[in-house]
Design a protein. Structure first.
Length: 154
């Protein structure tokens, strides 16, 4: 028998990607650990619930950062990030969407790699918390700049 005679497939591709497949996979994660016992730090589709709070906190602080950036610019500040400065100079809505999209994509990568180790020592999950700390520091800095801008204009 030839290989084509042994092939019993119907010709219908079962693995087509649809929104329903993604929705089902998002609600019913299958991979909570590696496939084999030899898998070290596998990429999985179920993540620790303790990552949910810092991820949403980072997204909220991202929105606050964008708002404070616009407020600071009304007091004469300038955007240091050239990509965000380009979006800000063209359209405020595109600035907000780009800021959230770039932060969201970065967070997705960090969450996907949260079980891995950087340089074999630093857990990926700690990087999420470090980003949260940087955002908290940034918001405190921007609030201080707004306070100084308010006192100098009066």
């Amino acid at each position: 028998m030839s290989a084509t005679e042994l092939d019993r497939r119907s010709g219908i591709e079962r693995r087509t990607t649809t929104f329903a497949a993604y929705w089902h996979g998002a609600r019913n994660p299958r991979r909570r650990a590696g496939r084999r016992a030899t898998d070290h730090r596998p990429i999985i589709d179920w993540h620790s619930p303790r990552l949910l709070i810092p991820v949403f906190a980072i997204l909220g602080l991202c929105v606050l950062d964008g708002t404070l950036t616009v407020l600071l610019m009304t007091h004469g500040a300038r955007e240091v990030n050239p990509v965000m400065a380009w979006f800000l100079s063209h359209n405020l809505l595109w600035f907000a969407l780009a800021k959230l999209a770039l932060t969201g994509v970065g967070l997705c990568v960090l969450v996907a790699c949260s079980r891995m180790r950087l340089f074999r020592t630093i857990r990926g999950e700690l990087i999420v918390y470090a980003v949260l700390g940087v955002y908290v520091w940034l918001i405190a800095y921007e609030l201080r700049l707004l306070e100084l801008a308010g006192t100098s204009s009066t």
